[in-house]
Design a protein around this ligand. Structure first.
Ligand code: PMP
Length: 356
């Protein structure tokens, strides 16, 4: 740290992303990326956008928003696009919280929420999950605080039905409730029952955050969007235009619109992940693991035979990378991204050997 670094930020503990090693033949199951490539139409769409790179990108992501709006069943004015969900969550927390307006969230959830609070001087109201890592929506009802809930949650994979979350939105009418749906496309439920997006039409204090990083196989594009009332989106736009107006580059806009249009590919790849998830949960159960019920593209599991960190290291020796979170409540567990059937079979072989 240099002596010039502002004192206000000297104690800031940055978010630690999962490792991104550039090692050949590593089975990478640590950052919930999709094992399948982006939709086939993405390459041509990106190539087609290259001549336009001379110009700044479309400030309003017009074509991309239309493609998203058509699928989400909302209007383009209900959408804001950003540089990954990370940027949209940051904009929302910046817009709807401050030193006198805390952010409420679970003790075991996406590790970036507390970091944004620290960066912006926002108090945190941390609400513990139950012993089995389930979230009780009642704990968020009538709070009178801005709320963020990841649904399905990370790193647990647990999911709460939108009907149960509706009470949270309804009973906090003077505050924004942010539902982070990074993983919702992997739910077994039909999309209209899995997602809180339909509720955005009923409640002007609900903001739903979605990403192209997981179910659309484009973590490297850095593209996400949120859905909410036109007034909430306008607030976020004010913050966006005060930070980084051209936040979504032209290649990302083209890639996103093309990915959104290929419904068949999306259905096929998300179904493949769901099938591999059930197989993986059963396989781990067979090896004596406790596995939380997951609706995401990862499973959260632990074995009585070995500590989380030791197993993480043993898998790494076998060139399989998973995620271990050292915090007290999660230290015995591993979060394992669901990959291809072949990758999950390799995981099974490695685990059998390690645990023998
Ligand atoms: N929310 C949750 C719950 C996540 O796990 C992630 C991925 N790390 C994100 C948001 C951010 O996703 P991205 O910025 O890639 O869209």
């Amino acid at each position: 740290m240099s002596r010039y670094f502002t004192p206000a930020l000297r104690k800031l503990e940055p978010y630690v992303p999962g490792e991104q090693p550039r090692v050949q033949d590593l089975i990478k199951l640590n950052t919930n990326e999709n094992p399948y490539p982006p939709a086939p139409g993405v390459a041509a769409a990106v190539a087609g956008a290259v001549p336009g790179l001379r110009l700044y990108s479309d400030l309003h992501c017009t074509a991309l928003k239309s493609a998203i709006a058509a699928q989400a069943g909302v209007e383009p004015e209900n959408i804001l696009c950003g540089n990954g969900s990370d940027e949209n969550l940051m904009l929302a927390i910046r817009a709807f919280c401050d030193a006198d307006h805390p952010l409420a969230f679970a003790d075991v959830t996406y590790g970036f929420y507390p970091v944004w609070c620290d960066l912006f001087g926002i108090p945190q109201h941390i609400i513990p999950l139950a012993e089995d890592f389930s979230l009780d929506p009642a704990a968020y009802c009538g709070l009178g605080e801005t709320v963020v809930i990841a649904n399905p949650n990370a790193p647990t994979g647990r999911w709460v039905a939108p009907a149960a979350l509706e009470r949270v939105v309804q009973t906090n009418p003077d505050n924004v409730v942010i539902i982070d749906e990074a993983y919702v496309d992997f739910c077994d439920e039909a999309p209209e029952n899995a997602s809180c997006v339909p509720l955005t039409k009923k409640y002007d204090n609900l903001l739903v955050v979605r990403t192209f990083s997981k179910s659309r196989s484009m973590a490297g594009v850095r593209l996400g969007y949120c859905v909410g009332s036109a007034a909430l989106i306008a607030d976020l736009d004010r913050v966006k235009f005060s930070l980084n107006p051209y936040n979504v580059d032209s290649l990302a806009q083209a890639a996103g619109a093309a990915a959104m249009q290929d419904k068949a590919y999306f259905a096929q790849t998300t179904a493949a992940i769901r099938a591999a998830r059930s197989w993986t949960a059963e396989m781990l159960g067979g090896l004596g693991f406790t596995v939380l019920p997951s609706q995401a593209n990862f499973v959260f599991a632990k074995t009585p035979k070995m500590g989380g960190e030791a197993l993480y290291k043993a898998l790494r020796e076998q060139k399989i990378l998973v995620r271990h979170f050292a915090a007290p409540r999660t230290k015995d567990w591993l979060r394992i991204t669901v990959g291809t059937p072949e990758q999950m079979q390799a995981l099974q072989t490695a685990l059998r050997e390690i645990l023998a």
